[in-house]
Design a protein around this ligand. Structure first.
Ligand code: HEM
Length: 214
């Protein structure tokens, strides 16, 4: 085993702020959406907290985006440029998660400094961070001040459409967090990836090709 610095400080600050914020957004969002059925806090407080946390997370998002745009670490999201190899590797990873892992097979993905994600993680994280999270923020901002953004809301099909997209993504994120935590527990020990997201360092099999070590 060798130790690799996989999660630089800006990623860790962004991640834990984002994770705590999302859980709070889910709780306050539940209160707002199911007022009368759920009684976690007063409705008015839920709205105020939901708005503030939303804006904090929008600002926080730019830590993640800026870090990857302005460092060479963006390579962790594009290690494999051949679509055929990418989809073959994704299929191998799916077989491992769905079958191999229960037989004790080794993980087909080997972490290195620019290959910290397996192909499924890399694809999923990009969809989440580049599409779903921005759409959630955008629809949230539109509903924060419907009067101000009335023309945009109308172009998008009205408040009902905007609210439905926001709620569908809310349901997606509830499921995402559960699957994300499960998959994050599949490191060489159940807590390995969580510790790595706290300390920055992960322990990985020493299988780096000689050329990469030099
Ligand atoms: C709520 C509890 C959460 C926990 C315990 C958690 C845990 C983790 C852990 C352990 C990792 C490292 C494993 C890996 O690299 O795949 C990770 C990475 C990541 N998580 Fe989470 N997560 C949470 C919520 C979220 C949420 C809500 C999002 C997005 C909406 C998110 C997005 C990501 C992304 C994009 C990465 C990769 C970060 C990078 O660019 O290096 N996580 N998470």
């Amino acid at each position: 085993m060798k130790t690799l610095y996989v999660n630089p400080l800006p990623v860790r600050i962004w991640h834990w702020t984002n994770a705590i914020g999302f859980v709070l957004l889910i709780l306050t969002g539940l209160q707002i959406r199911y007022v009368g059925q759920v009684d976690l806090m007063p409705f008015r407080s839920a709205v105020v907290w939901h708005n503030w946390i939303g804006f904090v997370l929008i600002a926080n998002f730019f830590i993640w985006l800026g870090f990857y745009l302005f460092t060479d670490k963006i390579k962790v999201y594009h290690p494999e440029l051949s679509p055929t190899r990418h989809f073959k590797a994704s299929f191998r990873q799916m077989q491992f998660y769905g079958y191999g892992i229960f037989r004790g097979d080794p993980n087909p993905h080997h972490v290195s400094i620019y290959r910290k994600f397996n192909p499924l993680q890399s694809m999923m994280y990009q969809i989440v961070m580049m599409i779903l999270v921005p759409v959630q923020f955008f629809t949230g901002v539109l509903m924060w001040d419907v009067a101000r953004f009335a023309s945009v809301v109308d172009v998008l099909g009205g408040l009902r459409v905007v609210a439905t997209v926001h709620v569908l993504l809310f349901i997606f994120f509830c499921g995402f967090i559960i699957v994300h935590i499960y998959l994050s527990s599949l490191g060489h020990t159940p807590s390995a990836h969580f510790k790595a997201m706290v300390t920055g360092y992960d322990e990985v099999e020493d299988e780096t090709p000689a050329a990469e070590k030099a």
